[in-house]
Ligand binder design. Structure first.
Ligand code: NAD
Ligand code: DAU
Length: 338
């Protein structure tokens, strides 16, 4: 059996990966380590919590008492655990440093003590390149993160690399573009706008709405990680991008069309401070080893809208009942978009 440790496996991408891994690899035993922050939810793992090849451990990656024994028993580590929302980092960055940077350090130290570890996949982000006005970022480009979230991820990205360069911990670094799909926490633009539209609430579009993101279906991201565990080279960085470049205003209109609601729900609001204008990735390095995105954006977005329609209970528990979310929403959007 291959022992796979997945940190942050109760979050959006992590839970999709755990489900995918158990389904695809009958010789993998998966351990999920997750602190269950506001973004980590056991409901995301429904259907696999009782799976005979899956174990869930509640704990903090930054706690060596929890992380070290799990890392010592792993053949493969996929490190998703992080604070992930840019707007929250702008409000208060402390947890981003503690989890994204220090937590990664703790896990790398633990990995260093495990001579049989085959892969340590550090899940980084395209945000580490910073905003680019044209062209596409290559893995060799300079890192120019511009907000506390992306700076913390850049720190973790380079720290992981240093454990390869210095100690030969078999680190692989992925830099993915914006993911979307089922179980994404409704603070991110796609699930927030779908669920607000369903409820006829305003869709708070930042600034002029012309910022551009490259959308990647979470299933395509999971397939990239699976391939890299098998065929990626230690010490290397791989961009993972869907190739779906969409401006926020266009995305918002598409969501409204799919939900069947009028464009009058769009509410222009003050811009995000330091808002990165555009990300775009060159993915030829990953494509050269056999990965291609399989989910067309129109189809993926349609499926995602359907998922949020079918799973109202999941997001209403967060949006309507969780006091933490209501407090965050009020602080972020004030009276303007409630
Ligand atoms: P998410 O916010 O949905 O989930 C994060 C998970 O990490 C949650 O389950 C949370 O409980 C857990 N966690 C947080 N702090 C922890 C700690 N100290 N110890 C253990 N668990 C902890 O995030 P996501 O969107 O699924 O992102 C997963 C990873 O992918 C992150 O590293 C993120 O930076 C990266 N990434 C995300 C995207 C995207 O578009 N969502 C794109 C590129 C890279
Ligand atoms: O690019 C990868 C990154 O994508 C990941 O590393 C991050 O973890 C993930 O959160 C995501 O970051 P973004 O800041 O790009 O995602 P978000 O959904 O917050 O915003 C997407 C775009 O939509 C961005 O240009 C800001 C805009 N936006 C967002 C929200 C929440 C709005 O206009 N209004 C909103 O209310």
């Amino acid at each position: 059996m291959v022992n796979v440790l997945v940190t942050g496996g109760a979050g959006f991408i992590g839970s999709n990966f755990v489900r995918y891994a158990l389904d695809r690899h009958h010789d993998w035993r998966v351990t999920t380590l997750d602190k269950l922050t506001y973004a980590g939810r056991l409901e995301n793992l429904q259907g696999v919590m009782e799976h005979p090849r899956h174990e869930f451990v509640k704990g903090d990656v930054a706690d060596p008492g929890v992380a070290a024994p799990l890392a010592a028993a792993a053949d493969v580590i996929v490190h998703f655990a992080a604070e992930t929302h840019v707007d929250r980092a702008i409000m208060s960055a402390g947890e981003f440093i503690t989890t994204d940077v220090y937590g990664t350090f703790v896990l790398l130290e633990a990995a260093l003590q495990n001579p049989r570890l085959r892969r340590f996949v550090q899940i980084s982000t395209d945000e580490v390149y910073g905003s680019i006005s044209e062209g596409a970022s290559l893995e060799t480009d300079e890192l120019k993160p511009r907000n506390p979230y992306s700076a913390s991820k850049a720190g973790a990205d380079r720290l992981a690399y240093s454990y390869w360069a210095t100690y030969q911990v078999p680190v692989i670094i992925t830099r993915a573009s914006n993911n979307y799909g089922p179980y994404q926490f409704p603070e991110k633009i796609i699930p927030l706008f779908i669920t607000n539209a369903i409820d006829d609430k305003p869709l708070p579009l930042y600034g002029d709405g012309l910022n551009e993101r490259d959308w990647l279906h979470v299933g395509d991201h999971c397939r990239a990680i699976e391939l890299l565990i098998d065929r990626g080279y230690p010490g290397e960085v791989y961009n993972v991008g869907g190739g779906n470049h969409v401006r926020n205003a266009d995305l918002t209109r598409r969501i409204l069309q799919l939900v069947g609601k009028p464009e009058t729900l769009i509410q222009p609001v003050a811009d995000r401070p330091g808002h990165d204008r555009r990300y775009s990735l060159d993915t030829s390095k990953l494509q050269a080893i056999g990965w291609h995105p399989q989910v067309p954006f129109e189809q993926g977005l349609d499926d995602t809208v359907s998922w949020y329609r079918r799973n109202e209970q999941w997001w209403r528990t967060i949006k309507d009942q969780d006091p933490e979310f209501r407090k965050y929403y009020e602080r972020q959007y004030g009276g303007s978009a409630s």
